[in-house]
Ligand binder design. Sequence first.
Ligand code: GTP
Ligand code: MG
Length: 186
Amino acid sequence: IQALTQLFLLLTGEAAVGKSSLVLRFVNNDFQENKEPTIGAAFLTQKCRLEDKVIKFEIWDTAGQERFHSLAPMYYRNAQAAVVVYDVTKAASLDKAKSWVKELQRQANPNIVIALAGNKIDLVQPAEESEEDPAENGREGGREGGRQVPTEEAKAYALEAGLLFFETSAKNGDGVRDIFVEIGTQ
Ligand code: GTP
Ligand code: MG
């Protein structure tokens, strides 16, 4: 018989950074190119085996649109962990992530484990597939700006603020499971 541990986790961050996509990748190993914005929040669960334990993640995937901000305390009040997500191609989304971290550190459970996740790294990786598929370049919005948040800058901030740090792609799955495994381990 294995111990089953429940872990309440919250995802937050600016609209369209890919919170729901990270959850969809973790829970269903799937990705949608045009995922609709979350309204309010979505609740999902996923079990995950860690060495001798099974962790049941109870996940609140909150809406990033500003009009839903006032709902947030309802979701972070009981959270044991939070994943604060930004988009590596959008510098302003890291500022927003920092303000979420401040809010969580002031108002959420004092023992909350917070992870910072820089998502959409597939848009800034030297992609071999861009040579095979030139149609993907040019018109595609994400590529033209490239990376706006250097890894070292975000990592230094995470260290200073006491956060776990990851770079992820919900699109190709890079780093996604690591977030949950690391939080579960902590
Ligand atoms: P809200 O619910 O409005 O707060 O947005 P969200 O943070 O949940 O973002 P969502 O997951 O809906 O993703 C927004 C858009 O970005 C969608 O069109 C996704 O397909 C796209 N997207 C999400 N993650 C990635 C990624 O890792 N790489 C790329 N290239 N696109 C992504
Ligand atoms: Mg969403």
